[in-house]
Design a binder for this molecule. Structure first.
Ligand SMILES: NC(=O)c1ccc[n+]([C@@H]2O[C@H](COP(=O)([O-])OP(=O)(O)OC[C@H]3O[C@@H](n4cnc5c(N)ncnc54)[C@H](O)[C@@H]3O)[C@@H](O)[C@H]2O)c1
Ligand SMILES: O=C(O)[C@H](O)COP(=O)(O)O
Length: 626
C-alpha cells in the first residue's frame, strides 16, 4: 500500500481524471503545476500521510512520473457522497468556492437564522463565516461533534465562541492578511469623504437640493493625522495619508520605531497623539486595554474640532461619549465603519448624527480583498480538514502533546507568562524591537530545544496587544512580521542538571516602562522566572528579586519600606473581595525601597488599583493580567 504526503497548495481546476477500483477516490490531472496534490476524501484526520486503496495506488507512480515530465499536476479527490461537507454561511469569493468544490460538497446558505444555522451544522464538517454570523456554543452543541473546522473569512474572530469551539474539539482558522489593504483604503476613503462631506452632500442632492455653502469641507494637506495602532492596517493608512500631504504621527506602544521611521512617521505617546491631531484614525485591536479607550476623558484632551475615523472595532469607542463630543463640538465629525453592536440598532444616535459618515462594516469589502480572503480561508479549511496544522489556526493546541507530558511543560507555561508580564510593563512610544531571552541551565547546551519556549514567549508578548493568534507553526513568522528580533542566549548554571532549566529571563531592550522599577540601568525591561514545585514563579523584576507564584494575576508596587504597607494593601484588596494567593516583599535596604509582588485570584477594579496607587508610601504600581 502506498502512502503519499498531502500538498496543501492544491488549487488548479482539474483537467483529467483516472478512477481506480476504489470508487471513493479519483485522480485528477491539471497542467497548471508540477506538484502532486491529493484533494481529500473520507474522514478528515485520515488525510495526514494519506493511504490510497491498492488499485488506485498502483496507478499513482506512473502518474507521478508523468507529472514531473510533463508539468501535469495530479490531484486525487473523493466521490461526492464520501466528501466532507462545507457550509458557507456568508458570501465568499468565487476563487475560494472553486477551491472548496474541488475538495468537498459545498453548500452556500446565506442569511440563516440562528435556528437554521444550528440545524444545518449538524450535517457539516466545516463552516465558513465572515463577521455577520454568530457561531455560538449552541452551534457546537448541535453539531454533535461533526463540525471539525470553523473558517473565519477575515481577521476578527469576535463572533466565534472560541472556548466552546475548543471544548468541542473544533479548530478555528482565520484569514489574517488578505484584507489589510482594503481596510486601509476604506480608512482613507472615509477620511476624504468626511473632510469633504461627500455622503451628506450626495444625500442632499438626491433630495433635490443644491447646497454649495452648507457642505464646505476642510482640507487634508498639511493637517496632522494621528494613527492609533501602527500595525498592518495602520501603517498602510499612514503611507497613503503621507501621499495626501498630511503630517502623520502614530501611537502604538508596541510598534518598532524604525518601522514607523521607514514610513516617515513619528511614534508619540497617547496624549501627544490625541492632543495634536486634526484627524485621528483608529487601528488598534479590541482588547481589555483598548475597550472604550476613546471616552469622555480622552475626547476632552483632543483638539477642539478633531475628526475621527474608525475602521477597527466599534468597542474601542464609548459610543455615548462620542455622541456627547459631537454634540458639544469637541469632535467636529466622525466616520465610522464599525459599531459596538453590529448591525447597530435602528435610530442609533451615531448613525443618524448629521456629522457622522457611516458605512456598514465595509472595510474588507472589495472584490479583490474578498477573492484573497476566500482563497486564504479555503486553503486553511481544506488543510485543517486534512488534519494539517494550519498556521492561521486560532485555537490550535500550542503545545504538542509530547511536550505536555514532558519535563519541559512547566517551563512552557512560565515562558508564556513571562512574555505576558514583559509586554504589559511596556509604555510610551519607543516600541518593542529586540527581545533577548536568557536560559540558565546546568545541562549541556545541546540538551535544550528552545523552539517551543521561544514560541510561547512570542505568544505571551504578541497576543495581549493584537488580534493575531500565535501557535507553534506561526510563532517565528509572526515575530518577524511584527519586527520583533528575538535572540536567545544560554548561560551555564551551577546546579543539578535534574531540571532542564534553572531560569528564563526576558529582556525587552531599550523600551519605556509604566513601572520604572522593571527597567535595568541600561534601559531594558527585565523579568525572570523559575519553576518551583512544578509551578511558574516570577523571581526578578528589573534589579529587584521577587517571588510570586504565577497562578492568577499580579500586582507590583514599589514602596518605601515601612511598617503597615502590607496591611494597607491587603485591606484595600479585601474590601474589593480580591483574594491574595501569594505575596513577597523584597527591599534593597532597611527602610529604603521595597518591591511588593502580590498574586491575586481576581481582577481588582480600577478604583481599587487607584486606591493602592495613592497610598502615600507607594511610589508606583502596576497590575499585570495573566
Ligand atoms: N473594518 C474592517 O473591515 C476591518 C478590516 C481589517 C481589520 N480590521 C480591524 O482593524 C484593526 C487592526 O487590524 P490589523 O490587521 O492592522 O492588526 P495588527 O495586529 O496588525 O495591528 C494592530 C496594532 O495595534 C497595536 N496596539 C495594540 N494595543 C494598542 C494600544 N493600546 N494602543 C495603540 N496601539 C495598540 C498593536 O501593537 C499593533 O501594532 C483590528 O481591530 C481589526 O479587527 C477591520
Ligand atoms: O475582521 C475583519 O477581517 C474585518 O473586520 C472584516 O470583517 P468582514 O469579513 O465581516 O467584512
Amino acid at each position: 500500500m502506498a502512502t503519499f504526503a498531502v500538498n496543501a497548495t492544491a488549487r488548479a481546476i482539474p483537467h483529467g481524471s483516472v478512477t481506480g477500483n476504489d470508487t471513493s477516490s479519483r485522480l485528477l490531472l491539471s497542467p497548471s503545476s508540477s506538484s502532486i496534490s491529493f484533494v481529500s476524501s473520507r474522514s478528515p484526520t485520515s488525510f495526514l500521510g494519506l493511504r490510497l486503496a491498492e488499485p488506485l495506488a498502483a496507478k499513482v507512480p506512473a502518474l507521478c512520473r508523468r507529472s514531473h515530465a510533463s508539468g501535469l499536476r495530479v490531484v486525487a479527490s473523493a466521490s461526492a457522497s464520501d466528501r466532507p461537507t462545507v457550509l458557507v454561511a456568508e458570501k465568499l469569493g468565487e476563487a475560494g468556492l472553486a477551491l472548496l468544490r474541488e475538495f468537498a460538497n459545498v453548500e452556500c446558505s446565506y442569511k440563516l437564522t440562528p435556528e437554521e444555522l444550528r440545524a444545518k451544522v449538524a450535517h457539516c464538517d466545516a463552516l465558513i463565516v465572515r463577521s455577520g454570523t454568530k457561531v455560538t456554543r449552541k452551534v457546537f452543541e448541535e453539531s454533535k461533534g461533526r463540525l471539525k473546522v470553523v473558517g473565519r473569512a477575515g481577521v476578527g474572530i469576535d463572533n466565534v465562541d472560541l472556548q466552546a469551539a475548543t471544548e468541542y474539539g473544533c479548530l478555528v482558522v482565520n484569514a489574517p492578511t488578505a484584507n489589510t489593504i482594503a481596510a486601509a483604503e476604506h480608512g482613507i476613503a472615509l477620511l476624504a469623504a468626511m473632510a469633504r462631506n461627500v455622503a451628506q452632500a450626495d444625500a442632499s442632492m438626491k433630495s433635490g437640493k443644491w447646497q454649495r455653502n452648507k457642505y464646505v469641507g476642510v482640507s487634508m494637506v498639511g493637517k496632522t493625522l494621528a494613527i492609533m495602532g501602527f500595525g498592518k492596517v495602520g501603517s498602510e493608512v499612514a503611507r497613503r495619508a503621507k501621499g495626501l500631504g498630511m503630517h502623520v504621527i502614530a501611537h502604538d506602544p508596541y510598534a518598532p520605531a524604525d518601522k514607523a521611521r521607514a514610513v516617515g512617521v513619528e511614534l508619540v505617546s497617547f496624549d501627544e497623539a490625541i492632543s495634536n491631531a486634526d484627524f485621528i484614525s483608529l487601528h488598534m485591536p479590541l482588547t481589555p486595554d483598548t475597550s472604550k479607550l476613546f471616552n469622555d476623558e480622552t475626547f476632552s484632551k483632543m483638539k477642539k474640532g478633531v475628526r475621527i475615523i474608525n475602521v477597527a472595532r466599534g468597542g474601542v469607542i464609548d459610543e455615548d461619549a462620542l455622541v456627547r463630543a459631537l454634540d458639544n463640538g469637541t469632535v467636529a465629525q466622525a466616520a465610522l465603519d464599525v459599531f459596538a453592536t453590529e448591525p447597530p440598532p435602528e435610530d442609533h444616535k451615531l448613525v443618524m448624527h448629521e456629522n457622522v459618515t457611516a458605512t456598514p462594516h465595509l472595510g474588507a469589502s472589495t472584490v479583490e480583498a474578498q477573492e484573497g480572503v476566500a482563497v486564504e480561508i479555503a486553503e486553511a479549511v481544506i488543510g485543517a480538514l486534512r488534519g494539517e496544522l494550519a498556521s492561521t489556526a486560532v485555537n490550535a493546541p500550542m503545545v504538542p502533546s509530547e511536550v505536555v507530558i514532558s519535563e519541559l511543560s512547566p517551563y512552557v507555561t512560565l515562558a508564556e507568562k513571562l512574555g505576558r508580564i514583559a509586554v504589559q510593563l511596556v509604555s510610551g512610544g519607543s516600541g518593542i524591537q529586540a527581545v533577548k531571552v536568557v536560559y540558565s541551565s546546568a545541562r549541556d547546551p545541546g540538551d535544550l530545544d528552545s523552539r517551543i519556549l521561544r514560541a510561547m514567549i512570542t505568544k505571551g508578548i504578541v497576543e495581549p496587544i493584537s488580534s493575531v493568534f500565535v501557535n507553534i507553526v506561526n510563532a517565528d513568522y509572526t515575530a518577524k512580521q511584527r519586527g520583533l528580533r528575538i535572540s536567545e542566549e544560554r548561560i551555564p548554571h551551577d546546579s543539578s542538571p535534574a531540571a532542564p532549566l534553572d531560569s528564563i529571563q526576558i529582556h525587552l531592550t531599550n523600551v519605556d516602562s509604566k513601572f520604572a522599577s522593571a527597567l535595568s540601568k541600561s534601559g531594558d525591561i527585565i523579568v525572570e522566572g523559575k519553576v518551583k514545585d512544578g509551578l511558574p514563579h516570577l523571581t526578578l523584576v528589573g534589579s529587584f528579586s521577587v517571588d510570586v507564584s504565577l497562578e492568577g494575576n499580579v500586582i507590583l508596587c514599589r514602596n518605601v519600606d515601612q511598617p503597615g504597607n502590607i496591611g494597607e494593601v491587603g485591606k484595600i484588596l479585601g474590601e474589593d473581595n480580591v483574594n491574595i494567593n501569594f505575596m513577597s516583599v523584597c527591599r534593597n535596604a532597611q527602610r529604603k525601597l521595597a518591591i511588593m509582588a502580590i498574586g491575586v485570584d481576581e481582577e481588582p477594579s480600577k478604583e481599587t488599583l487607584n486606591k493602592i496607587g495613592s497610598i502615600p508610601s507607594v511610589e508606583e504600581s502596576v497590575f499585570l493580567k495573566l
